[in-house]
Ligand binder design. Structure first.
Ligand SMILES: Nc1nc2c(ncn2[C@@H]2O[C@H](COP(=O)(O)OP(=O)(O)OP(=O)(O)O)[C@@H](O)[C@H]2O)c(=O)[nH]1
Length: 298
């Protein structure tokens, strides 16, 4: 091949780089996994983070069992200014550590591809999630590796009930979720000093009912305190439409402790619904439904 000795070599051209863009492409978004047993205070912690003045753009991924959808989000108040949550993703139909892994990966991919870059992602698991498979998704998935990274696993522990939760499974061949959640934690949040069955009371006929809070309290106390129907209710949570109130009320119970409190105003476009989730042993759906119906007709 002949070379023209006089030919000038091509000039090296400086590539103009948008520094901000290159930095943002290099750095990955941190994911904090918030785990902990049923009713330990995960949503309360998420609420606290979202309402703190940190100026960060945070997305929240909530994992709920199918029928709980909508309840969990109602229990987390978005900040007064409304801009604290950049994006909500609700993963339904199972536990994120087993059956909805694929949706989690998709949700993470979508979040990191957003035009507006996120500063952080909070992933709140169900109370019965084992964090190990989740940690491995966030560590090993090559496609995700460059965009998201596992920042930490925070396990919220209910100091009042943790001993009971751990003892309950002693001697059984399977480890309880509570063990795994604590074993994998980078940080333990100590709040408040076997598979369970979950029943969701949600029926179109309940949606037009406006409950009286004092009657609802009596109904709940009969179930939780007096064990009137011989059910072992570990956790109960829900949203209620209450008489003479424009506020959506939330119902929260962990064992015998419970509260029914106004959370926020019902939105104009929103249907006032009633939805209550029970988690425990020996739950009797027919008894719960009939006693709740009786309450509504009082
Ligand atoms: N006294 C007290 N109550 C708390 C504390 N943290 C949470 N709670 C209450 O415990 C109940 C359950 O709290 P959540 O934050 O909904 O618990 P969770 O872990 O998200 O519950 P699940 O999603 O069902 O697993 C609510 O009534 C909270 O108000 C705490 O530090 N002290």
């Amino acid at each position: 091949m002949e070379h023209d000795e006089d030919e000038e070599p091509p000039l090296a051209v400086q590539i103009q780089r948008d520094d901000d863009q290159s930095i943002s492409q290099q750095s990955s978004v941190g994911v904090t996994l918030i785990t902990g047993y049923l009713g330990s205070g995960k949503s309360t912690l998420v609420n606290h983070i979202l309402n703190s003045q940190h100026g960060k753009r945070i997305a929240v991924i909530l994992n709920e069992f199918g029928e709980e959808i909508g309840v969990e989000r109602a229990l987390i108040n978005e900040g007064e200014e409304g801009a604290v949550v950049e994006e909500w993703v609700e993963l339904a139909n199972g536990c994120v550590c087993c059956t909805v892994k694929h949706s989690l990966v998709q949700a993470l991919e979508q979040l990191v591809q957003r035009k507006e870059r996120l500063d952080h992602i909070l992933l709140e698991t169900t109370g019965l999630a084992n964090p190990a498979p989740l940690a491995s998704i966030l560590w090993l998935d090559e496609q995700l590796e460059s965009d998201v990274k596992l920042d930490s696993i925070v396990t919220v522990v209910d100091a009042k009930n943790v001993r009971f939760q751990l003892k309950e499974h002693r001697g059984s061949s399977s480890f309880p979720e509570a063990y795994f959640q604590i074993a994998f934690a980078k940080a333990l949040e100590l709040w408040r000093n076997s598979r369970r069955k979950s029943i969701t009371l949600t029926h179109s006929s309940f949606n037009y009912i406006m409950f009286k809070p004092w009657q609802t309290r009596i109904w709940l106390e009969e179930i939780l305190w007096e064990k009137k129907h011989d059910m072992d209710v570990y956790r109960c949570k829900g949203v209620l439409s209450v008489q003479n109130s424009d506020q959506l009320h939330t119902l929260q119970a962990v064992r015998e402790l419970y509260e029914i409190v106004p959370a926020r105003k019902w939105k104009k476009e929103e249907n006032r619904v009633n939805k209550i989730v029970f988690i425990g042993h020996n739950l009797k759906e027919d008894v719960l439904i009939s006693s709740l119906r009786a309450l509504a007709t009082c």
